[in-house]
Write a protein that binds this ligand. Structure first.
Ligand code: AMP
Length: 391
């Protein structure tokens, strides 16, 4: 089955065509600057419909007469309703649209993508795969904030969690690597990319996760602060910062960037290694600030691992995934160094291996195995789409 996977942003459209049965990517690409004028000239790609024409031309060029069987959309917010991938119809599209206030940057873009496809290929089945869906199994004690009830009843203010497609995919593969049935797997999954979240998986289901009402909560991320004392916002509000300034500050200027001067893990690790060098040279970022950023991020992450080990009643594995989790052996080492109390012991040689395969990076003596499992959200979306369409 050929699946077109679409990830719509407000001004971009990322796409991939996958042959699900063969597990192959047939083509992929990105249309950018949608609706954005080019200096004085009007936008070359005025809207998502125009972007889709570009995708259609590529499809024809690469696939010839082969037709795509269905489209899978990445949708960030499924609210309380969507606990799994669903076949899209008008009512579902409107339901996704009603969630716009909860994901003002992402859901409107997904709806634009869905409507553009409906217009161009009305007969093509479309499936929505939600970032929040895997976390619908969180027990109420984990999703409630300790605030007055009306915040939840009137505004939907509760913890939703994100990165669910990745956490679910990685949890299933971790179970397979351990030889465990997927619905009996207990573990802690660490999705560490530019956005980062940890998920506590018990019996194969998400029982807690570090992102909350929005993706801002939880870990130290590339440019997001993660957990902070909310009174800081009140304080800054009284200093005159408005909502947009606070949004920028915490979502785009904080995290590794705010602490260390870069949101790129490689830059920070290179810079931190220069601490104590005779000539003090580094690749750009200030060595002391870089080291501080890494230490704060790793410490905060290690605390979440401890907490989630408790939440799942004893983890069978700690699993690293996504850009940093899959590639940064120094950062993985910095985190695992702090997990001695859990009996975690990293094997430096295994940790240094570079590979695209699921693998162990802990010693045989480690009380909890540590794994690296490459994530693949597009593949997960394509497989889920094929399943919904077939079923
Ligand atoms: P993602 O959002 O999953 O694409 O991950 C982006 C993050 O992964 C960035 O912080 C990158 O610095 C980091 N990253 C990607 N490749 C590497 C690498 N080879 N070593 C260290 N970090 C990496």
């Amino acid at each position: 089955m050929l699946i077109l996977v679409i990830n719509s942003g407000s001004s971009s459209l990322k796409y991939q065509v996958r042959d699900v049965d063969a597990g192959e990517v047939l083509l992929e690409g990105l249309v950018e600057r949608i609706g954005q004028p080019d200096g004085d000239a009007p936008a070359a790609v005025p809207d998502h419909g125009a972007a889709l024409e570009i995708v259609a031309a590529r499809l024809h060029e690469v696939l010839g007469d082969r037709q795509v069987d269905a489209v899978g959309h990445r949708v960030v917010h499924g609210g309380e309703r969507f606990a799994e991938p669903v076949l899209i119809n008008n009512e579902v599209t409107r339901a996704i649209e009603r969630l716009n206030p909860l994901a003002p940057l992402h859901n409107p873009a997904a709806v634009l993508g869905i409507r553009a496809i409906t217009e161009k290929w009305p007969q093509l089945p479309q499936v929505a795969v939600f970032d929040t869906a895997y976390h619908r199994t969180l027990p109420e004690k984990a999703w409630r904030y300790a605030v007055p009830d009306w915040l939840y009843t009137r505004h939907g203010i509760r913890r939703y969690g994100f990165h669910g497609t990745s956490h679910q995919y990685v949890a299933a593969r971790a179970a397979a690597l351990l030889g465990e049935a997927p619905d009996e797997f207990n573990g802690v999954i660490l999705h560490l990319g530019n956005g980062a979240s940890a998920t506590a998986v018990k019996g194969g289901a998400s029982v807690d996760t570090s992102m909350g009402f929005t993706p801002l909560e939880g870990l130290v991320m590339g440019t997001r602060s993660g957990d902070i004392d909310p009174s800081i916002l009140v304080f800054l509000g009284r200093q005159g910062l408005d909502a947009d300034a606070l949004d920028d500050l915490l979502n785009r200027e904080s995290g590794l960037l705010g602490l260390g001067g870069s949101n790129d893990m490689r830059t920070l690790v290179d810079a931190a290694e220069a601490v104590g060098n005779d000539d003090g040279t580094s690749s750009g970022a200030d060595p002391l600030r870089a080291r501080r950023a890494l230490e704060v991020a790793a410490y905060r992450l290690a605390k979440y691992v401890g907490a989630y080990h408790v939440a799942v009643g004893g983890a069978q594995a700690i699993v690293f995934t996504a850009g940093i989790g899959e590639n940064s052996s120094p950062f993985r080492a910095l985190v695992c160094e702090q997990l001695g109390a859990l009996g975690v012991e990293l094997d430096p040689e295994l940790n240094a291996v570079r590979s695209k395969e699921p693998r162990f990076i802990s010693t045989e003596a480690s009380r909890i195995p540590v794994l690296v499992i490459p994530t693949n959200e597009e593949q997960a979306i394509a497989e889920a789409t094929a399943e919904v369409v077939a079923g």
